[in-house]
Design a protein around this ligand. Structure first.
Ligand SMILES: Cc1cc2nc3c(=O)[nH]c(=O)nc-3n(C[C@H](O)[C@H](O)[C@H](O)COP(=O)(O)OP(=O)(O)OC[C@H]3O[C@@H](n4cnc5c(N)ncnc54)[C@H](O)[C@@H]3O)c2cc1C
Length: 342
């Protein structure tokens, strides 16, 4: 690849994010292989350019001023399947593959493990970053290893699942040290004969009314359920849930229960309790509220949405208001799930 020729200048970043917010990147390049990525990184180093790695842009908000440096969009494709001795199947998948296409591919081959993560936007390479999760499943449960390039040295390193330090919407790749790496390939271990996870109320409820669950039907169920929960990306901008669900100590949970006696909970362990922030926001009157060109979605207050011509400044002001209100009225400091590049 001739990097010089492939790099574009002054590229509007809003076109590359599902929030549709963000000014121009000074420089922008799409890379289709590990070698191209290495060349782009070398170019950035030689020209003293800051870099930012972009997947499908479904968990990012760029500032109105854009990005002063080189944005590298990962388009590294490829899916390779191997049978293993214990009848599991290993999939080695390029970081630029579209996540939901991988889920569809797996389900069509009767491979179990990631079907509950159907319909989540974005790329495969971004899935370990925040350990995507939905309907009782986290991607960490199927990840065997993650291969990444160290930005500074351009050496490739393979991280075991343990080294990825996965936790709720978090991993090593979100830490200061982890941000020095770009994920190029992910190894998934899927099952030929798996067990369906119908633990989530919505999913269980779907199958009380419909036919008995199969792998393909679970994928259909998730797509149907999500279709009602999330806004249409062609109509509004969003990055899905903007905040993480808070994990409280038992003492904090007791205090919250005094305020909202009907608050549901998901137990993490004996000492900590995860609570649905959407419920709290709804109680505090945030559901469907709009300010300027941003607001919360009418069906789910955890989902922040933007309308045409919304700015990052308006979004930041709106989410800061939510954060302050929750802190003042419940004492809970909420954490953002979406990456703000400002
Ligand atoms: C409608 C909607 C619904 C959603 N539902 C869910 C859900 O149910 N569960 C869930 O967990 N998430 C959900 N999300 C969030 C989002 O889809 C996921 O976080 C997804 O994995 C982001 O992928 P991406 O390729 O778009 O990443 P981007 O938005 O491009 O990037 C996200 C972050 O990852 C980094 N990154 C991206 N690619 C790489 C790479 N190859 N190497 C290193 N770092 C990288 C970026 O620098 C950035 O910090 C939803 C989003 C939307 C819009």
């Amino acid at each position: 690849m001739d990097v010089q020729k492939s790099i574009k200048q002054d590229v509007l970043l809003k076109k590359f994010t599902t929030f549709r917010i963000g000014g121009p990147a000074d420089y922008f390049i799409s890379v289709h292989s590990t070698d191209e990525l290495k060349e782009a990184l070398q170019y950035a180093q030689e020209h003293n350019l800051k870099t930012f790695v972009l997947g499908g842009g479904s968990n990012i908000v760029f500032s109105d001023e854009g990005f002063r440096g080189l944005v590298i969009k990962i388009e590294i494709k490829g899916i390779v399947c191997h049978d293993t001795e214990n009848s599991d199947v290993m999939l080695e998948v390029g970081g630029g593959e579209v996540w939901d296409e991988l889920v569809s591919f797996s389900v069509s081959r009767n491979l179990y493990g990631i079907e509950n993560l159907s319909s989540i936007p974005g790329t495969v390479g971004a899935t370990p970053v925040q350990n995507i999760g939905a309907y009782g499943v986290e991607v960490k449960d199927c990840i065997e290893w993650v291969e990444a390039i160290e930005i500074q040295t351009r050496n490739i390193k393979r991280f075991s699942r343990k080294e990825c330090l996965f936790s709720y919407r978090d991993s090593f790749f979100k830490t200061a040290c982890g941000r020095k790496y770009i994920i190029v390939k992910v190894g998934f271990r899927l099952k030929k004969e798996g067990v369906l996870n119908l633990s989530y109320v919505d999913v269980a409820h779907y199958f009380t009314q419909k036919k008995s669950p199969t792998l393909k039907r679970v994928r259909e169920a998730i797509i149907t359920i999500r279709g009602k929960k999330f806004p249409n990306l062609n109509e509004v901008g969003t990055a899905g849930s903007f905040f993480k669900n808070p994990i409280l100590t038992q003492k904090e949970y007791k205090l919250l229960k005094e305020k909202f006696s009907d608050i549901p909970s998901y137990y993490n362990d004996a000492t900590r309790v995860k609570v649905p922030l959407g419920f709290i926001l709804e109680k505090l009157g945030w559901k469907g509220r709009t300010n300027n060109l941003v607001g919360t979605y009418k069906n789910q207050s955890l989902v922040v949405v933007s309308y045409k011509k919304a700015t990052c400044k308006q979004l930041v002001s709106f989410i800061s208001d939510i954060e302050k209100d929750v802190k003042n009225k419940t004492g809970i400091v909420i954490e953002r799930e979406v990456t703000l590049v400002v």
